[in-house]
Design a protein around this ligand. Structure first.
Ligand SMILES: [Zn+2]
Length: 497
């Protein structure tokens, strides 16, 4: 299916450019580029195209719209780099199943019972994290490794490198899920969260992992001589790390924690109410120092690891705090000044908030008239999607359908995600992971008209933000017409937005 789709619609990817004209006659006269074989007589450019195509076939993924074009068992449609195809056994009677069979056509939501019945818990969770559009839109193949969804050579080679360091762990999927939520919620820079996730999956280039992939033929630790240098050894167990961990508050006696791998270690640290932020930051600093040592001998001494890590954590958490304070400060900032819409028009501000511990996101929308009065507002919970950027698009889409439901004829839409606002403004079809949500919402704009999409700083979008946060406490959907919920008054009085 993917092959035939790509041969029909492959023009979304740069790979198609020129080459049909230049190469088709010589190298693949009787087939499409997707079936063409590499040839030893081919030029360098031809080898590159074939290589690029193979990368595309490995990495390209279906974005679920209506789901009718996607085979449940054969196509790549899960939001996972390791196994984008369903690995659960095919269930009798569902051999030819399409993804649309898993979607309730009336509510446009996943049929949760069926999803749990057909797939392993891990795969079911992944399926349920795929956001669905409210109306039927086309299924599309996208390249999920760039923000735009378009393939680039650079993202292709990065994807291949990562793929080399991936494997499907046999661990308990439930535990993986918990750890994933924990890591996502850490109050550390995102590079540290990413690193911890890779460390959990043994997706870091330690000697052990390189040996497993046959890149090295021994895996002895170059610092202490111990065999089998796993990620846990490199970051935790190696005896040369004693002085670092002995001076890390809460981890002085690490032999008590034991821990054969990083995932167990994170779980244990969390269970014992130790500081997981600190654990992650120290591990990242150890790793960073280790990489620096390879490149040059002029590296900060080991004794400074803990100091550097603590400082980095303090700087990061302070900057987060000042962002929050900044947003909460009364008196709107220059960039964040909220303005009411022009006469005879209303403005919808939207925002989303993430609650990984509940497996939920929440969406907030507030509608203001030209006098700056709030005339309607909404808080709604939705399932947690597989990527945070999708949340803002879900909120934007919800705002548009809210306008439609209220029968508003002309409105402005405003949010604090530049990416989503730019996607809304663009007339081209978006190949992002959330493009179908916006496309579907825009398709409902038949009787009403959005006259402008505008971007505002987060601090100018406070009411929508508070409404989104409020949805944590409400089940399903809350709508206030001609009003906003009382607890938002304070925010509103401080300056609307
Ligand atoms: Zn060692």
């Amino acid at each position: 299916m993917m092959l035939s789709w790509l041969s029909k619609h492959g023009d979304y990817f740069i790979i198609k450019i020129l080459y049909f004209i230049v190469f088709k006659k010589k190298f693949f006269p009787n087939c499409s580029i997707w079936e063409a074989q590499d040839s030893s007589s081919g030029s360098h450019a031809w080898h590159s195209i074939i290589k690029g195509r193979d990368v595309l076939l490995k990495g390209a993924r279906w974005r679920v719209g209506c789901g009718e074009d996607i085979s449940i068992w054969n196509d790549a449609w899960l939001p996972s780099q390791e196994h984008p195809r369903i690995l659960s056994d095919i269930v009798l009677g569902f051999e030819d199943g399409r993804v649309s069979d898993l979607i309730n056509p009336c509510t446009r939501t996943w049929d949760e019972n069926l999803v749990h019945g057909l797939f392993s818990p891990e795969e079911a969770t992944m399926v349920l994290s795929i956001p669905l559009s409210r109306t039927l839109v086309e299924d599309k193949i996208i390249w999920p490794f760039t923000p735009s969804g378009n393939y680039t050579v650079n993202s292709g080679s990065k994807f291949l490198t990562k793929l080399n360091f991936m494997y499907v762990p046999a661990d308990n999927p439930q535990q993986q899920n918990e750890v994933w939520k924990l890591i996502w919620g850490l109050n550390v820079p995102s590079k540290v969260r990413n690193f911890m996730w890779r460390a959990c999956k043994e997706a870091t280039p330690t000697k052990y992992n390189l040996l497993k992939r046959k890149i090295l033929n021994e895996d002895k630790c170059e610092h202490c001589g111990v065999e089998s240098k796993t990620t846990a050894h490199a970051l935790w167990n190696c005896s040369t790390l004693d002085e670092i961990w002995e001076s890390t508050l809460g981890f002085e006696d690490r032999s008590q924690l034991g821990a054969p791998n990083i995932m167990d270690l994170i779980n244990l640290t969390h269970e014992q109410r130790k500081n997981v932020d600190l654990l992650a930051m120290v591990m990242w600093t150890i790793w960073h120092r280790r990489n620096q040592l390879r490149a040059s001998s002029n590296v900060f001494p080991k004794a400074q690891v803990i100091q550097q890590a603590s400082q980095a954590i303090a700087t990061f958490q302070q900057s987060q705090q000042s962002l929050t304070n900044h947003a909460a400060a009364t008196g709107p900032q220059h960039c964040a000044q909220w303005h009411p819409p022009p006469a005879n028009c209303v403005k919808l501000n939207f925002n989303g908030a993430v609650f990984p511990e509940l497996g939920k996101v929440s969406l907030g929308v507030v509608v203001h008239n030209s006098q700056g009065n709030a005339i309607a507002s909404l808080s709604e919970q939705a399932p947690l999607p597989f990527s945070p950027v999708i949340v803002e698009a879900m909120a934007a889409a919800r705002a548009i359908t809210f306008a439609h439901e209220l029968g508003i004829t002309e409105f402005m839409l405003e949010g604090d995600s530049e990416e989503v606002i730019n996607s809304l403004r663009s007339i081209e079809a978006s190949l992002t992971t959330y493009g179908h949500l916006l496309e579907s919402a825009k398709s409902t704009l038949v009787t009403s008209k959005c006259i402008a999409f505008s971007h505002i700083c987060r601090s100018g979008n406070r009411v929508a933000h508070n409404l989104a946060k409020h949805a944590r406490h409400v089940r399903g959907l809350s709508v206030w017409v001609e009003n906003i919920p009382p607890h938002i008054y304070d925010v509103l009085i401080a300056g609307p937005g």
